[in-house]
Design a protein around this ligand. Structure first.
Ligand code: NAD
Length: 285
């Protein structure tokens, strides 16, 4: 599949990341189907995309016509059968078993040429692709949060990914206004691996009672970081961040430096998943 053959983009998962990916794809002129098995997630995604495009108009970055065209380019659907496209970008829960099952189904639904891409933050691409009939057209396309703003995209080739696939996805990322970089396959790839201790150590400092959530964030932000670890976990999604740490802990054979925090796990147990749920380390209600 070449860049010029891509006309339709499928996005699976209408949560924090999927909505932004759908938005930029539609803004770049692609026909988009945004699928989620929860209608409520799709309704929220539509509201957020409308709001983001509105902000774009206020800032002079999007025209009224571009907003209207983008919104008409997106089909919001709970019907899995609609997920037929030239490339499908997956942004569902960070679990290997769930992602593998999804890609098996997507492979059966789509042509052999369709590129299948995962926005996973931490699961090795080679591992997700293992049981596919055509792993050569499977690739990592890792956006950063918020996906409609952050420029970086890691394009990750698994052991079986073809050069054709990774090159097309690299070009597509540019077409979406992003700055892609090629990365080799490893748990957490580059950015999430380097950044992991930002969260893990922040949580350890909290656990040890050295300071509290606000105190740690305030100090880290005063030192020049845009957001402290707790504000950032709330933006990412406390559950998603916890899943990524757990997945990296396991992928690195229980290396203690990636050990997930009990405090964070308890937040997830309580459903306090950050901004998206109205409460996390901070209250957003
Ligand atoms: P999220 O929890 O905000 O949204 C996930 C969405 O997927 C939900 O709407 C849920 O209903 C839907 N979903 C779950 N299982 C599904 C299935 N089997 N079929 C269809 N829909 C399903 O998650 P998120 O933060 O957007 O993360 C999604 C992926 O993106 C994860 O792999 C994560 O690691 C990765 N990622 C997240 C961030 C971040 O900052 N949040 C950044 C980069 C990559």
């Amino acid at each position: 599949m070449k860049l010029q053959d891509i006309k339709k983009v499928g996005v699976v998962g209408a949560g924090t990341m999927g909505q932004g990916i759908a938005q930029i794809s539609a803004l770049a002129g692609y026909s988009v189907v945004l699928y989620d098995f929860q209608a409520t997630a799709l309704n929220q995604a539509k509201l957020n995309i409308e709001k983001n495009l509105e902000k774009g108009i206020e800032r002079g970055k999007v025209t009224v016509q571009e907003r209207d065209q983008s919104l008409s380019n997106i089909t919001f659907s709970t019907d899995f059968e609609q997920l037929r496209a030239d490339i499908i970008i997956e942004a569902i829960v960070e679990r290997l078993d769930v992602k593998k099952e999804l890609f098996g189904k997507l492979e059966n639904l789509n042509s052999e040429k369709t590129i299948l891409a995962s926005n996973t933050s931490s699961i090795p691409i080679t591992r997700i692709a293992r049981d596919l009939k055509h792993p050569e057209r499977f690739v990592g396309m890792h956006f950063f949060n918020p996906a409609h703003i952050m420029k970086l995209v890691e394009v990750i080739s698994g052991v079986s990914t073809s050069d054709d696939t990774s090159n097309t996805v690299f070009e597509l990322a540019k077409q979406l206004g992003k700055v892609p970089v090629m990365a080799k396959d490893a748990p957490g790839f580059i950015v999430n691996r380097v950044a992991r201790n930002f969260y893990v150590e922040g949580l350890k400092v909290l656990e040890e009672g050295v300071s509290d959530v606000k105190g740690i964030d305030r100090l880290v932000e005063a030192s020049g970081f845009k957001m402290g670890p707790f504000r950032l976990m709330d933006l990412i999604g406390v559950d998603t961040n916890f899943s990524v740490t757990t997945s990296m802990f396991n992928a690195f054979h229980q290396d203690p430096k990636f050990r997930p925090s009990r405090i964070q796990e308890q937040k997830v147990d309580a459903g306090h998943n950050g901004r998206k749920s109205g409460k996390g380390f901070y209250d957003y209600s």
